[in-house]
Design a protein around this ligand. Structure first.
Ligand code: GTP
Ligand code: MG
Length: 315
């Protein structure tokens, strides 16, 4: 399998902690096969819907788009409170470069490094299930557990849930009360982090995208505050009388506390999932599926810019 990871940006900010990068957002879309992931992403980035055939299956892609949060909020009639201002107190609204990773369905035993790396590099996750397919709903917890195991239980990385194909009203197979109950159990806020969407009819697509980007903003802010607090605490400790013998240069050379994001011990990721408490039945003996990867050009793009410079109607 070829590597498919989020793009690094210019000026080699790959070493920059994710919480300092407020111009880019990386969203990983997960869910069972045929749960509507690719259709959702294509609606987000190019405002199109194509009835995808089997050729669309099992491909992992990264799609790019630019989104202006203010425009997006106006489209869905939500007041956008932007607290980012320049020196003259003017509001700064820069478009956010959004990357959306379309993952292939993964097996419960798939602990490949590449998958873990994808999870670590993400700023948010959207878990898709098909409202007409109960199994895809029951499998949601698997994806959430995988994220928790790789990123740690105390990482509040945004996880949103999309119930897809909401236009297929007559075929709906998942009860709303079951959804509320399960999400509450998984500590996912049903009111703010759950959306019933239709990529076909373009229902709630902008709403879930907006909520995801706002959640990313809040999450990065929270990370920044945590980092600041930890540095202050360190400084305070160093300036106590017991440490007065330290020279000032020693203090300034104090290494930065590693970001919680970068401070994950890969060795601590267990070899297998213990699924106590999971509400789903998964065939653990299924053969691991091969994942193929490919970068797919978006419709309406310049010939050599691929998905990268796509600018959707949302901008
Ligand atoms: N009616 C309806 N059909 C949809 C919608 N979204 C996706 N579909 C159809 O559902 C099927 C699966 O959609 P995909 O977007 O390919 O699903 P996927 O999750 O990317 O599937 P894999 O790539 O196999 O993991 C396709 O036939 C889509 O046309 C929707 O909102 N409404
Ligand atoms: Mg797909």
């Amino acid at each position: 399998m070829s590597r498919i990871l989020y793009d690094l940006h210019g000026n080699d900010n790959s070493t920059c902690p994710r919480y300092l990068d407020d111009k880019h957002a990386r969203i990983t879309v997960m869910g069972d096969s045929a749960s509507g992931k690719t259709s959702f992403i294509l609606r987000c980035v190019s405002d199109t819907f194509t009835d995808l055939d089997e050729n669309g299956f099992m491909m992992e892609d990264i799609y790019h788009t630019k989104i202006n949060l203010l425009n997006l909020s106006q489209d869905i009639n939500i007041r956008y409170d932007n607290n980012t201002t320049d020196n003259n107190n003017n509001t700064i609204i820069h478009p956010i470069e959004v990357q959306m990773l379309d993952t292939a369905e993964f097996e419960i035993a798939d602990f490949s490094d590449i998958r873990n790396e994808q999870i670590l590099q993400s700023d948010a996750f959207i878990l898709c299930f098909d409202l007409t397919n109960i199994e895809s709903f029951l499998n949601l917890r698997t994806y959430q557990r995988r994220i928790e195991r790789v990123r740690g239980m105390d990482d509040n990385v945004p996880i949103l849930v999309a119930g897809t194909k909401s236009d297929l009203l007559m075929e709906r197979g998942v009860d709303i009360n079951d959804i509320i109950q399960s999400l509450t159990r998984f500590e996912i806020n049903y009111e703010t982090h759950y959306f019933e969407i239709s990529s076909k009819l373009n229902i709630n697509i902008k709403n879930i995208l907006y909520r995801t980007l706002i959640s990313i903003k809040d999450y990065k802010l929270e990370q920044k505050e945590k980092e600041k607090a930890s540095l202050l605490a360190k400084d305070k400790k160093l300036s106590t009388p017991s440490s007065s013998s330290l020279s000032s240069s020693t203090k300034h050379n104090t290494p930065r506390t590693p970001s919680p994001i970068n401070n994950i011990n890969h060795d601590s990721i267990p070899e297998e999932i213990n699924d106590e408490g999971k509400m789903l039945s998964i065939d653990e003996d299924k053969n691991k599926q091969r994942v193929t990867t490919k970068t797919r050009d978006l419709p309406n793009n310049n010939s050599n810019s691929k998905a990268k410079d796509a600018c959707c109607i949302i901008c």
